[in-house]
Design a protein around this ligand. Sequence first.
Ligand code: NDP
Length: 306
Amino acid sequence: MSNINNVAIIGSGPAGYTAAIYAARANLKPILVSGIQPGGQLTITTDVENYPGYENPIQGPWLMDQMQKQSLLVGTSIINSHVEKVKLDEDIKKLYLDNGKIIETKTVIICTGAQARWLGIENEQKLQGHGLSACATCDGFFFKDKIVAVIGGGNTAAEEALFLTKFASKVIIIHRRDKLRAEKILQERLIENDKIDFLWNSEVKKFHGDMELTSIEVFDNKENKNFNMDIDGVFVAIGHDPATSLFKDQIDMDDNGYILTKPDSTQTSLSGVFAAGDVKDKIYRQAVTAAGMGCMAALEVEKYLE
Ligand code: NDP
């Protein structure tokens, strides 16, 4: 029975690494499968100013690198692979990896996080990487002295817009309402920034361009009319969807695909299966709350195995 693990963690964001650190320190010898984007969403952000313990802003990728090193140091085994299929409804759960290996484990902690949401409109897929992006940190550099738009009104849109002012000559925030939902401090920074303009009550309906994005079709929902706007680049920042397709029909989820857990717990609808971080949390979605839930999940695993 020696090849049956105590706990396998799927995902390598703050929830996954924190679960790994706690499980390793409880001598459970955790295995962590890192997934397609090791380090998760924080690896595509820049300044992090709200993770406690650091006086000055730190870099997202650096924070994740530290968490990975810490989890390794205390005894986590990290597998750089992707889980393709799971079988979770038996005492010994099975994770099927894309390298052909199968992990057998008594418990699983799901920390697969969430992914950027797209608008689902004409030419969106075709123009991704050709003037259209969902990650300013990754692609902002290509828009030096250009005019770009950011779609959305939340914290992500605000941060993307502020970041893009380092490169672009003008950043237009296109928002479907006339009020942002971003934190007040970010709103103030946007308003103070000369490079940032707002297009309120506006919805992007179509992207134009053959090889590269050239313009967008915008619907003004107050005036009830469409217009075209030339633009060099667009960054879509309209939120995220949980990465849960792998668990569909096996675990209870809400209508938006977030995994449901028992109150004040990370316990899912399946015995021995726990979920932590953005994959089960559509309210807070912060690195620090994800890390906290990762800790909870590891403690609950420890209790379950007893
Ligand atoms: P949010 O869900 O907060 O915001 C999404 C924005 O996109 C909203 O303004 C929404 O409009 C708009 N939107 C959604 N769907 C569409 C659509 N189909 N067409 C046009 N606009 C659309 O997502 P975020 O990614 O901004 O943030 C997610 C969470 O992460 C939040 O809790 C946020 O606070 C947190 N976060 C924190 C950061 C930090 O603390 N530094 C950084 C980034 C994120 P509407 O307002 O009309 O609903």
